[in-house]
Design a protein around this ligand. Structure first.
Ligand SMILES: Nc1nc2c(c(=O)[nH]1)N[C@H]1C(S)=C(S)[C@@H](COP(=O)(O)OP(=O)(O)OC[C@H]3O[C@@H](n4cnc5c(N)ncnc54)[C@H](O)[C@@H]3O)O[C@H]1N2
Ligand code: MOO
Length: 397
């Protein structure tokens, strides 16, 4: 047990050894959702560019206001029009989004205006500056609005459009090679023979990599021989920035991935104090980062979520971020402790408590589908009813 690397140490080792593996490219903004920004973006203009009205109403100079005073309307300003300076002692009819005329500093919404023949009175004392959105309220010229490493979301597309940007510089999409291993595995679509199971990790890893915003360069399968493993790795090396594999990293003589890595590349880490996911391997092959995930499907899932996702993020140029976790009280007790950090698949009940799925085998995947996230139980920690533990929803990955 003493040779297992602690969860946090494994995370920091992997993050520290990783670096950006892709170049940059200018891309039209409308193709940029999900891409990683390669340079800080500073606002080239102020937003809004000018003081403008937040309401349909009347613009006036605050110092002209008096209870009962009759104002005439000296101009009408719709959004998009260029206003004239406000005539002294008058008000301007103004609409939401229209520029404030020079000389006005306050807008009164039309519901608070009293029409008296062809004049207007504003009997409630306005606040000076009310209902005016000042120039630069949202963004000032030169303000940094996105930072290198940020992922572009639909909200950013709106933000950058409001700055008039048509193109931005992003990182090229990271190409991830996937290798699955095992004589017992067949691809979906083929009939199952005695002793065989379907290869579920290949499709799951492809989907996880795609969901994380990367591109699967190739997904290959190798039978349990060193030759097949090495040949597949060489093919993946020729088309990938990073390689992930599943299976073949434990101690059995049919587990070839780790042994091939020892001859082909440099091993950085093997075996972590995490359940499920113990025999994780981190290596590099001819400069290409490699992460060997354990083959049990839930071990593959957990190690992808925590370790592969982090490695791929750094290699893609993204600023790595921990998935959000929330303290949630356990709805059960477990006095037995283990010497590994554990990621129990749990659901949150109507009472707000976390309940562990009854099936926690690392070979079982339905349990993860029927759960909402992980409850992170630190090594050597008993679980006590009503005590809180970090809950990490799957939606955060
Ligand atoms: N003597 C020991 N045996 C094992 C240990 C150990 O410490 N000592 N660790 C166990 C742990 S923990 C895990 S996790 C597994 C990991 O083993 P491998 O990464 O070498 O994975 P395999 O042996 O190749 O496969 C494990 C399991 O998963 C199934 N599998 C593999 N690939 C796929 C796939 N693509 N799709 C679906 N299922 C897959 C495979 O059939 C096995 O049942 O080792 C333990 N053993
Ligand atoms: O710790 Mo192994 O990863 O599941 O069963």
């Amino acid at each position: 047990m003493s040779t297992l690397l602690a969860f946090e140490d494994a995370l920091s080792n992997i993050e520290a050894s990783a670096h950006v593996r892709v170049g940059t490219i200018d891309t039209p903004l409308h193709h940029a959702t999900g891409r990683i920004i390669a340079t800080d973006i500073k606002a080239p203009i102020a937003v809004p560019p000018s003081d403008n009205s937040a309401m349909d109403g009347y613009a006036l100079a605050f110092n002209d206001w008096q209870v009962g005073k009759a104002f005439t309307v000296s101009q009408r300003i719709a959004a998009g029009q260029h206003p004239d300076p406000l005539e002294k002692g008058t008000c301007a009819r103004i609409f939401t989004g229209a520029n404030i005329p020079p000389g006005a500093d306050t807008v009164i919404m039309q519901e608070n205006a009293q029409v008296i023949e062809d004049t207007l009175a504003f009997n409630d004392r306005p606040e000076q500056g009310s209902n005016i959105r000042p120039a630069g309220q949202d963004m000032q010229i030169g303000q940094t609005v996105m930072q290198k490493g940020d992922k572009v979301t639909p909200i950013h597309i709106g933000l950058l459009s409001s700055l008039g940007l048509t193109h931005i510089t992003v990182y090229q999409v990271l190409r991830v090679g996937i290798l699955t291993t095992g004589d017992e595995l067949v691809s979906v679509g083929a009939p199952l023979q005695q002793g065989q199971i379907y290869n579920s990790n290949g499709p799951m890893l492809s989907a996880l990599v795609t969901q994380s915003g990367h591109q699967v360069s190739q997904c290959l399968h190798a039978i349990d021989t060193p030759e097949a493993t090495e040949a597949a790795l060489n093919t993946l090396l020729s088309c990938s920035d990073v390689i992930l594999s599943s299976g073949g990293v434990s101690v059995g003589e049919e587990d070839h991935v780790k042994r091939v890595l020892e001859t082909l590349g440099t091993l950085h880490l093997w075996k972590i104090a995490v359940k499920p996911g113990k025999p994780l391997v981190h290596a590099s092959i001819k400069g290409t980062p490699f992460l060997g995930l354990p083959g049990n499907p839930s071990s593959t899932l957990v190690t992808y979520h925590w370790f592969a996702r982090l490695l791929l993020a750094v290699c893609s140029g993204a600023t790595p971020s921990r998935p959000r976790s929330y303290p949630v009280d356990a709805g059960f007790t477990r006095s037995k402790t283990i010497r590994r950090d554990e990621f129990l698949r749990v659901s949150i009940g109507k009472d707000g408590l976390a309940y562990a799925h009854a099936q926690q085998s690392s070979g079982a995947l339905l349990a993860a589908c029927e759960s909402q996230g992980y409850l992170h139980i630190k090594a050597n920690t008993p679980i006590e009813y009503g005590h809180s533990y970090p809950f990490i929803p799957f939606s955060g990955f």
